[in-house]
Design a protein around this ligand. Structure first.
Ligand code: G3P
Ligand code: CA
Length: 241
């Protein structure tokens, strides 16, 4: 079972920042999950929310700032005691860094609350530019974004994110839509859902696994990957088996 660092090692480090990503690499994670949006000047940036308010010292919408303007905000504002300043990473910077690692990157296209025309193609172009095509999984709650990606490149792996209640026919749905993975919340999965995905050749990557109990259950169910805020704890347990 693969272990992905959710927003990097976000249980310990500022989420979606390079320190959180570097920690994931150093811990031996199989991959990193991160979230992308588009700036006013059309650059792909890594941040979870559509606004700056929760995790930075800025306010307002990501889409209303240029990349240069966004770089002035502190993405480590919730970690001031340990990190003085950490900029919001651009996806281009991240890709250049990830290209020198073995990490698989799960790029969540955050297009479900604000739709950013062109975000899918820009993110894919950066993946291609840095040779990460074989080391990426795109995911989104907006399955239209995944369909756009599949039209641009049918071979690019895509995972359908769904809200907490899950889907009754996830395997059939993903297979019909041409998606490679199902990305459910832990609360919605059980043996039937995993088996139904298996039957349709669809992989199962589960979020957000932050207890050993949840990790053990995912393993018993035969999930392909877990996405965790504490991936180092997950890895320590799995390595000890
Ligand atoms: O990709 C799994 C998970 O990241 C989806 O929820 O809100 O943490 O982006 P969220
Ligand atoms: Ca996410």
């Amino acid at each position: 079972m693969r272990v992905f660092a959710h927003r990097g090692c976000s249980g310990e480090y500022p989420e979606n920042t390079m320190p959180a990503f570097r920690k994931a690499r150093d811990a031996g994670c199989h991959g990193i999950e991160l979230d992308v949006h588009l700036t006013r000047d059309g650059e792909v940036v890594i941040i979870h929310d559509e606004t700056l308010d929760r995790v930075t010292d800025g306010t307002g919408r990501v889409r209303d700032y240029s990349l240069a303007e966004l770089k002035k905000f502190n993405a480590a504002a919730l970690h001031r005691d340990t990190i003085a300043f950490e900029p919001i990473p651009s996806f281009a910077e991240y890709c250049a860094w990830a290209a020198a690692t073995d990490l698989v990157t799960n790029v969540e296209i955050k297009s479900n609350l604000v739709y950013y025309p062109g975000l899918e193609e820009k993110a894919l172009n950066l993946v291609r530019k840095h040779g990460l095509e074989k080391k990426v999984i795109f995911s989104s709650f907006n399955h239209g974004s995944l369909t756009i990606l599949k039209k641009l490149d049918p071979s690019v792996p895509c995972g359908a994110l769904v809200p907490e209640r899950g889907l009754v026919n996830a395997g059939l749905y993903c297979a019909t839509m041409g998606f490679d993975y199902y990305h459910p919340a832990f609360s919605s999965i059980g043996p039937e859902a995993v088996e139904e995905c298996r039957r349709h050749g669809v992989g199962v990557n589960v979020w957000t696994i932050n207890t050993l109990q949840a990790l053990k259950r995912c393993r018993l169910l035969g999930c392909d990957s877990v996405i965790s805020d504490f991936p180092d704890v997950c890895l320590a347990y799995l390595r000890g088996l």
